[in-house]
Design a protein around this ligand. Structure first.
Ligand code: PEP
Length: 251
């Protein structure tokens, strides 16, 4: 009942010309041979409007990689929810571990942004995940529980059912060290149980939980065979059409 969701986070890569070339390839392939899966790209802000325009009518969603929670104001370098929407985004990534670790994002701030996303017609894809030190010192479940609770606490059950959560173990992002399907499944089942406690069984059954962390064409099939893994948030492997399309077309 949960439609698979494959999302590509372009991070700080791609000029405008490169961005347009990549989405043209993705669109051509998916127009020719459509998939009954949700597909999303999160380009840098500079390419957002052009990418959204190039994908109009294709069914491929476009997301911002972050945003501010305020409506507008004197926040140099930031972007407002309504500006993302205006540029053609339907979704927004929130709380990516690079934002948390390098730019000081907090659990509370991420929760506020999730609220602001819905208030502006955007669907949040909120990232949570433990560091290696937290996993090795048995704090993993406590960390995930806290991050998840803050991310969803301001959402109604209806919103929480639509919101997407991405489990991204920090030790697996950009390192080539992917969680095994069993490791990821264990955490996804835990997340779903927590959502059932906070927002009800129906919400937990509907919510898509994506895995992220070194997802590649050669490991996506194993990950997607797990019952609680509903899709993937892909970094490095989404920068080339061929590898992202292979992930989108997982078996
Ligand atoms: C990410 O940026 O969310 C990510 C998972 O990156 P990578 O696939 O490169 O590990």
């Amino acid at each position: 009942m949960r439609k698979p969701f494959l999302a590509g986070n372009w991070k700080m890569y791609k000029t405008l010309a490169e961005a347009k070339a990549l989405v043209a390839e993705l669109r051509a392939s998916l127009d020719k041979d459509p998939v009954s899966r949700e597909v999303l790209v999160a380009p840098p802000f500079t390419a957002l409007a052009s990418v959204a325009e190039a994908l109009r009518g294709s069914g491929i969603h476009v997301a911002g990689q972050t945003m501010h929670s305020e409506k507008e104001g004197a926040f140099t370098g930031e972007i407002a929810p309504a500006q993302l929407k205006d540029a053609g985004a339907s979704h927004v990534l929130l709380g990516h571990s690079e934002r948390r670790q390098l730019f000081g994002e907090t659990d509370e701030g991420v929760g506020k942004k999730a609220r602001a996303a819905f208030d502006n017609g955007l669907v949040p894809i909120t990232c949570i995940g433990e560091t290696l030190a937290e996993r090795e010192s048995d704090q993993m479940f406590a960390v995930l529980e806290r991050q998840l609770e803050r991310a969803l606490r301001q959402l109604s059950p209806e919103e929480a059912a639509i919101a997407v959560v991405a489990y991204e173990p920090v030790w697996a992002i950009g390192t080539g060290k992917v969680a095994t399907p069993a490791q990821a499944q264990e955490v996804h089942a835990f997340i779903r149980k927590q959502v059932a406690k906070s927002h009800g069984e129906g919400v937990a059954a509907a919510q898509r939980i994506l895995y992220g962390g070194s997802v590649k064409p050669d490991n996506i099939d194993g990950l997607m065979s797990e019952s609680d893994i509903d899709g993937a948030l892909v970094g490095g492997a989404c920068l080339k059409a061929e590898s992202f399309l292979r992930i989108v077309r997982f078996n």
